[in-house]
Ligand binder design. Structure first.
Ligand SMILES: C[S@@+](CC[C@H](N)C(=O)[O-])C[C@H]1O[C@@H](n2cnc3c(N)ncnc32)[C@H](O)[C@@H]1O
Length: 337
């Protein structure tokens, strides 16, 4: 189906199907160029050093035991900043050596962060994504040859369609901002476990933000920060009216605005609570090596409103205040032999 690019009203939101979205668009980011020095500038290095020596140390003290009601252990809590992607990969490398490893990056997107991985000289890097990023992937594969001999495979495929017979097994699986969008997270977790070698490790960060916190639908609060919990508090009809009133006119303009309206329309969320993710990983067979949490400052602010706080707790009796404040999990999971 052709997706209307010059609509005068946001009628796309009624007609867009998952099939159209997954196959009708090359999502490649045309506004950003592929930087072989990504994450490695003097500014990046100074920021990472500052975060390591000062910011994270300070946060560890300030936010020690910040979450008291989440029923699982964590190493520390951050205020949604202070831990760059490059620093996280360095953290992963402490536990599982990337050099010589076979890596799978689930939901790789454009793949523009590949230089960070390539500097560690993995043996092979495979990135899959359910959406088309054809143009970006061509650029990344071609230009990366200037800095690395690592074999690079990038293609469009749902994680659930990758089979061990076809792609083999991996020493490391990584995914950034993907798990919160998987409608069948249970199957995804089992698939990742299967695709990992014994003693392999999975790095994942998910929750940009998690469903049960502020803007968990990647949309609520777009018009006014006070509406950040609309996806949790409004009735179905009221919520849909809210989305339609605030969504962009075309698919293209919505994508430029962050694409939250598309995610809402197609319901591309796993909608698990903090505890449900961790229970699932345990059930699948993973062991949590380390867990770092981020809280959402906007959620904390809104939760000071007694009406909002009580409405949330009443509507979701199985959750607690911490569930509504926790924004992201940054986790290392081990598949013990
Ligand atoms: C927020 S983007 C993050 C992209 C990239 N990891 C990054 O950090 O820039 C989430 C990505 O996950 C992909 N995704 C979601 N579900 C997927 C699945 N089942 N299999 C593969 N990719 C998936 C989406 O298509 C999207 O590109």
């Amino acid at each position: 189906m052709e997706i209307k690019k010059e609509a005068t009203e946001n009628e796309w939101i009624d007609s867009l199907t998952q099939e159209d979205f997954y196959n009708g668009y090359d999502m490649s980011d045309k506004n950003q160029s592929y930087d072989l020095n990504f994450g490695n500038s003097l500014r990046d290095k100074l920021r990472d050093l500052y975060d390591l020596l000062f910011r994270r140390r300070l946060y560890k003290v300030i936010y020690k035991n910040y979450f008291k009601q989440l029923p699982h252990e964590y190493s520390y809590v951050l205020p949604s900043k202070g831990f760059s992607f490059k620093a996280r990969i360095q953290w992963l490398n402490k536990y599982k050596k990337i050099k010589g490893a076979k890596i799978l990056n689930v939901g790789v997107g454009n793949g523009f962060d590949l230089p960070i991985w390539l500097r560690y000289s993995p043996k092979e890097f495979t990135g899959n994504d359910i959406l088309i990023y054809g143009d970006s992937h061509e650029i990344v594969k071609r230009e990366s040859k200037a800095i690395s001999d690592t074999k690079i495979n990038l293609y469009q495929k749902d994680i659930l369609d990758l089979e061990v017979d076809e792609v083999g097994t991996f020493d490391i699986i990584a995914s950034a901002a993907v798990f919160e969008h998987c409608q069948d997270m249970e199957k995804v977790a089992y698939k990742c476990f299967d695709l990992l070698k014994p003693n392999g490790m999975m790095y994942a960060s998910y929750g940009g933000p998690l469903w049960y916190t502020y803007g968990g639908d990647h949309f609520s609060g777009r018009d006014n920060p006070k509406n950040g919990f609309n996806h949790l508090l409004l009735g179905k009809k009221e919520y849909w009216e809210y989305v339609k009133a605030n969504v962009e006119l075309t698919v293209d303009s919505e994508l430029k605005a962050g694409g939250g309206g598309i995610l809402v329309k197609l319901d591309l969320f796993s909608k698990l609570s903090s505890n449900e993710y961790l229970e699932l990983f345990k059930r699948v067979g993973f062991t949590v090596k380390e867990l770092i949490l981020e809280y959402c400052p906007m959620a904390v602010e809104l939760m000071k409103d007694k009406k909002i706080r009580e409405a949330l707790l009443q509507k979701y009796p199985n959750l607690n205040e911490d569930d509504f404040k926790c924004k992201t999990h940054i986790i290392l999971l081990e598949k013990k032999a």
